[in-house]
Design a protein around this ligand. Structure first.
Ligand code: ME8
Length: 511
């Protein structure tokens, strides 16, 4: 057995101050597709997601609802976890920042930063957004007609905050951070430029504790303070590997993380604060921070007040799980903003899934069932067309892998669908239903080639549509395990393989 290479992917951990929405589902699905892809591609993969439960926003929301923050967190964290389970998210750990092991991890990180001389006590006076759990400098704010002050970047309301606070010497890390951005640490490029210009503009030290509420991790040695929620939130990526025990098998195997997958609104926290904390604590940096775009509802930002927030559960019920997963990853170039609309998803279900892939499978496999006793035939000598078809399917593996490794899911899927389109043209041109009478041996070869192309497609698309590709692979006589791994892509489907009775994998969407 060859030694597997470790791969650690994380999502952002969501605020459980309300129910999950489609933006949360989008991030979970993308990270899941990446984790499944790496597993199938032979990596020992660890995948972590969860909920970010401390801070002023949680405390305030709980007060408004007449609940304790803990009750609010328990209720909504369970909803996030239920969403993940419904979406088939294959996480290895669902972390909650109220988990016992997380307090120790956050406090240890703090102590390490303190030991490095990077933490001092002073007074904070400035603007704070509870919605964003973020501090903003004066020039990042504006006063609107209502006389209130808002964040220019996010439009959230700000409150003037003045209190004793511990500070982190972020200003010390400016040069090292700028150096880091030159290595491609932040992706896509547009986000890298954004953070580099923020850091290049000069860094203020960061307020990292609060005294006006108590829902958080206590600061070591001063229980009047709780940590700024982002300090403990970011630490979750370490907690899940057994930190502070750096000899823990998980920590040794999986740190540093290969990629933190997050949304573009929190790039600053992951690309500026987080690497600075880690440098200060003397820990290795994650290899990559990838910020995806935002999903909009027909071009509009989703918000509770507009009433256009999309519930992932309703989407799954309406369209089907794999259909939703496919749509989100195929439609939106990963890293850019994207749009959801009913017409777009219904269109993709009917064209890409039902027509292109579903029909190809149905047409070819039902011919195998009817004319070849449901058994993969021994092919005759391949014609130029057969060889070309197989060569195209073989070649897509490298493109797909390259696309997924750079998180360009849409590009990977697009390349597979080009093969499916060719296979449909090939099938139509070869007319196996005519060959059935005129040249059955040739028909068998055409059906063999088509089954082999379908096998390659189904193996590749598993990370995106695990359930339906599993059913398709079942119909192609490929048992779970090794036969479905990417390593098996190089071995042709075996003549003599007995296939179960075929049934449709992708129903059409009917209004
Ligand atoms: O930011 N489209 O939590 P969160 C796409 N707790 N992605 C979206 C989105 C949308 N419409 N709305 C939100 C937090 N997201 C912190 C993270 S990590 C140590 C702490 C994404 O619940 C968002 O960008 O506000 C983020 O990556 C994730 O959902 C959780 O957002």
């Amino acid at each position: 057995m060859t030694e597997q290479t470790p791969f650690y992917v994380t999502t952002a951990i969501s605020y459980p101050n309300g129910a999950p929405h489609i933006g949360h589902a989008y991030e979970a699905i993308a990270a899941d597709a990446l984790a499944r892809f790496k597993r199938l591609d032979g990596f020992e993969t660890r995948f972590q997601t969860g909920t970010d439960e401390h801070g002023q926003k949680m405390q305030q929301t709980a007060e408004q609802l007449g609940a304790t923050p803990r009750e609010l967190a328990d209720t909504n964290s369970a909803r996030f976890r239920a969403m993940d389970d419904e979406l088939g998210i294959s996480y290895d750990r669902f972390i909650r920042t109220t988990d016992d092991d997380h307090r120790a991890a956050s406090q240890e990180l703090w102590k390490r930063m303190e030991a490095n001389g990077d933490i001092y006590l002073d007074k904070y006076a400035g603007w704070y957004s509870v919605r964003d759990e973020a501090y903003y400098a004066e020039d990042e704010t504006e006063v609107r007609a209502d006389g209130q002050r808002y964040s220019i970047g996010t439009g959230t309301e700000l409150t003037w905050t003045e209190e004793e606070s511990y500070f982190f010497r972020l200003s010390r890390y400016q040069d090292r951070l700028l150096e880091l951005y030159r290595t491609g640490f932040v992706q896509p490029e547009v986000r890298s430029h954004e953070v580099a210009s923020f850091v290049g503009g000069g860094l203020q030290d960061l307020s990292i504790s609060r005294t006006t509420f108590d829902w958080g991790v206590p600061v070591p040695g001063n229980p009047d303070h709780v940590m700024y929620v982002w300090v403990d939130a970011l630490t979750n990526y370490l907690t899940g590997l057994g930190y502070p025990d750096t000899d823990d098998a998980l920590f040794r195997r999986f740190w540093p993380a290969d990629v933190h997958l997050i949304g573009k609104d929190i790039a600053r926290f992951h690309a500026v604060y987080w690497p600075a904390f880690l440098m200060s604590a003397g820990l290795e940096l994650p290899r990559k921070v990838f910020a995806h775009g935002f999903l909009f509802n027909q071009g509009e930002k989703m918000s509770k007040s507009v009433g256009n927030v999309i519930d992932p559960h309703a989407m799954v019920s309406e369209y089907g799980l794999d259909q939703l997963r496919f749509f989100l990853l195929r439609e939106v170039p990963f890293g850019q903003d994207g749009n959801y609309s009913h017409d777009a998803i219904a269109g993709r279900i009917n064209s890409d899934l039902a027509n292109d892939l579903g029909n190809l499978a149905q047409r070819s496999l039902s011919m195998v069932a009817k004319n070849l006793e449901g058994t993969v035939p021994e092919p005759g000598e391949f014609t130029a067309e057969d060889r070309e078809m197989l060569a195209q399917a073989d070649a897509v593996v490298a493109d797909y892998r390259a696309a997924f490794d750079s998180l360009a899911f849409h590009r990977g899927l697009e390349s597979v669908w080009r093969v499916i389109a060719s296979a449909n043209r090939y099938f139509t041109a070869q007319q196996p239903w005519v060959l059935r009478k005129t040249d059955p041996a040739r028909m068998a070869t055409v059906l063999y080639v088509t089954a082999e192309v379908l096998r390659i497609v189904a193996v590749l698309v598993q990370p995106v549509m695990p359930g339906s590709m599993s059913r398709l692979l079942e119909q192609l006589g490929q048992p779970e395990g090794q036969a479905r791994s990417f390593e098996a892509l190089g071995t042709r489907i075996a003549p003599g393989t007995v296939l179960p009775k075929p049934s449709g994998v992708f129903p059409r969407y009917e209004e």
